[in-house]
Design a binder for this molecule. Structure first.
Ligand code: HEC
Length: 291
């Protein structure tokens, strides 16, 4: 294989590896940035929901309880879970790509029903009850999300409404029926607050940028290779072929009068001078021989 082709293959492979490496690095960096950003957003949404819940619990509900007749249950005024569900419903009207759930294995209200993705998170909390929070990325119905979750533990006090439906307050069973949301077990994790922040758009952008980098890089490599090819042909291959031809002629005693010269001033011109000295020596030797 000619030196030129070998050199080209080497340059081509090394440059391609470098470009793919740079593109992969750039994708990783953009993806990490997207996740960091999603984390910050998720945390903010979570903190806001917690704050509204806290204000409700500490400032509003105690006063509401004083105004409401005993035995009456108005979820919108008395349940923190109803409040958070409602606040989220309003938030989502403007931010439909975000998802949040008080994901529950067997909820009173159907909107809180955990799907298979939420179930993975709830199971994780139930199996490791020291875990106070969980986060990560998840592929939900083909779309990538960052998720942040906190567990909801069931205590004895919860069973007043979520225990045996026969013993649950009538106001609750009247509103939610007796089928779902009961017979929870104290000491287990039956639910989790989970917020999902979309990542797919940012990741798709990062992927596109990396592909563009590869395409532009590959075009750059082609131009570079073309330039090297032309340079090699002109300044290396052409003079070497000429020297090879002249050395062969000299070895056959042909064309001995014509000097061997090159236009450049480099290793090849040194070689040309050496071949020329060889030509002169052979010519002199032959002249002596022929006398
Ligand atoms: C006074 C009755 C009552 C008590 C006590 C109670 N809950 Fe609830 N809980 C409700 C009602 C009513 C809802 C439905 C809220 C809605 O409409 O979204 C609910 C909803 C929930 C949900 C959302 C899933 C679902 O069932 O719709 C979770 C999780 C939850 N409660 C956990 C708890 C925990 C944990 C405790 C104990 C610390 C507790 N609850 C105590 C009445 C109660």
């Amino acid at each position: 294989m000619s030196i030129r082709i070998r050199f080209m293959i080497l340059i081509g492979i090394l440059s391609l590896l470098a470009i793919v490496g740079i593109a992969a690095g750039s994708y990783k960096l953009s993806a990490d940035n997207a996740i960091t950003e999603a984390k910050a957003k998720g945390q903010l949404v979570f903190d806001f929901l917690h704050s509204s819940r806290l204000y409700f619990k500490t400032s509003q509900r105690p006063q509401i309880m004083g105004l409401i007749d005993e035995g009456e249950f108005i979820p919108e005024l008395m349940s923190g879970f109803t409040l958070t569900r409602g606040v989220w419903g309003e938030f989502q009207k403007e931010n439909s790509e975000y998802l949040f759930k008080q994901a529950t294995i067997d909820p009173l209200h159907p909107d809180n029903k955990a799907d298979k993705y939420d179930m993975i998170i709830i199971d994780k909390f139930d199996q490791n009850q020291d875990l106070e929070e969980d986060e990560g990325t998840i592929d939900k119905n083909g779309l990538e999300y960052y998720y942040y979750a906190e567990p909801i533990f069931i205590g004895e006090s919860c069973l007043r409404c979520h225990g045996d439906p026969a013993k649950a307050p009538e106001e609750i069973t009247d509103l939610y029926g007796t089928e779902n949301g009961y017979n929870w077990q104290a000491g287990t994790v039956a639910a989790a607050y989970v917020v999902y922040v979309p990542l797919h758009e940012a990741l798709a952008k990062a992927r596109k940028a990396s592909i563009n980098l590869i395409v532009i890089g590959a075009a750059g490599i082609l131009v570079l290779m073309l330039a090297i090819w032309i340079f090699f042909s002109q300044y290396v291959i052409k003079p070497i072929s000429m020297l090879e031809k002249r050395a062969t002629e000299i070895s056959l005693g042909k064309n001995l009068r014509e000097p061997v010269t090159t236009s450049s001033k480099d290793e090849i011109s040194s070689l040309a001078r050496a071949v020329d000295r060889l030509r002169i020596s052979v010519e002199k030797m032959l002249q002596r021989f022929n006398k």
